[in-house]
Design a protein. Structure first.
Length: 277
């Protein structure tokens, strides 16, 4: 049985007030090929997870749920991260540069301009347009197809995330938008950074997924990709990394490897391998 079914069973138990049992933990450990029966390493690990208890028999239902959730994370070996604006959709929102004293608008920035804009003294950036996802927002179908296939991939050894520069208040609107495209986002996590660098968010996620060995990120922002690349080289040198920077030129969508010396900027239609990773 796939891990997604295990996740579904866990959520059903929570909603039905049926606690996770030690047998559920045993079953999941078996599926992940993790020894648990009087296994010293497993007991050391459960003691660390529960901050004190190594034997399942002595755990509360909440502690068993913590162990079960931590086990699920051990089964994740791939992390896939997508941006939202100008990656999954055509961006319409703009960042407003305002005078810190008067609040008056000085100018507006699009996503590309934000990457290179140096905020001056007396200025502040206003991301309020990023709170909502307007109905007229158009999907970038080629990248939506990649996203859909990654989310619905039959192997559940991966986690798919959307990390967006939008406000945290937009997370639920992004979820509704994708559902309206008939995408079953299920376990997809959506995180708003409110304009901050995405590298710390990726770093924090990887720290909680100890067995990830393969990472792919799609983001139109050169700054975000540069920050993530530098962080990965320093903190996760053993993880295979692939950074893709979607580009739209003359109506054609390309996904070149970020700052690769070779011309790998194929159209998505020619990059079938990305549809199923």
């Amino acid at each position: 049985m796939k891990l997604i079914l295990e996740s579904w069973r866990r959520y059903l138990k929570e909603f039905l007030d049926e606690p996770i049992s030690k047998e559920d933990v045993h079953d999941l450990a078996d599926k992940l090929n993790i020894p648990w029966d009087d296994d010293a390493e497993f007991m050391r690990w459960t003691k660390e997870v529960t901050k004190g208890k190594s034997h399942l028999d002595k755990m509360t239902s909440e502690e068993l749920l913590d162990v079960y959730t931590a086990l699920e994370k051990r089964g994740i070996t791939k992390l896939r991260v997508f941006d939202f604006d100008d990656t999954l959709t055509h961006a319409t929102a703009r960042i407003v540069v305002r005078d810190t004293e008067t609040g008056e608008e000085i100018r507006t920035l699009d996503q590309g301009e934000l990457d290179t804009y140096e905020e001056k003294e007396g200025e502040e950036l206003d991301f309020s347009e990023f709170k909502a996802v307007p109905e007229e927002t158009k999907p970038i179908e080629e990248i939506i197809k990649i996203f859909r296939n990654m989310v619905e991939h039959p192997d559940k050894d991966r986690k798919v995330m959307i990390i967006t520069a939008r406000m945290t208040a937009a997370e639920s609107e992004i979820e509704d938008y994708l559902k309206n495209l008939d995408i079953d986002i299920g376990d997809v996590e959506i995180v708003g950074t409110e304009g901050k660098s995405k590298a710390p968010y990726v770093q924090r996620e990887l720290e909680g997924l100890p067995n990830v060995n393969n990472f792919i990120m799609f983001d139109d922002s050169e700054k975000n990709l540069k920050d993530v690349r530098e962080m990965m080289e320093e903190d996760f040198p053993n993880i295979k990394v692939e950074l893709r920077q979607p580009k739209i030129e003359d109506g054609s969508v390309r996904v070149p490897i970020f700052r690769d010396q070779r011309d790998t900027s194929k159209s998505i239609a020619d990059s079938a391998n990305y549809l199923y990773k």
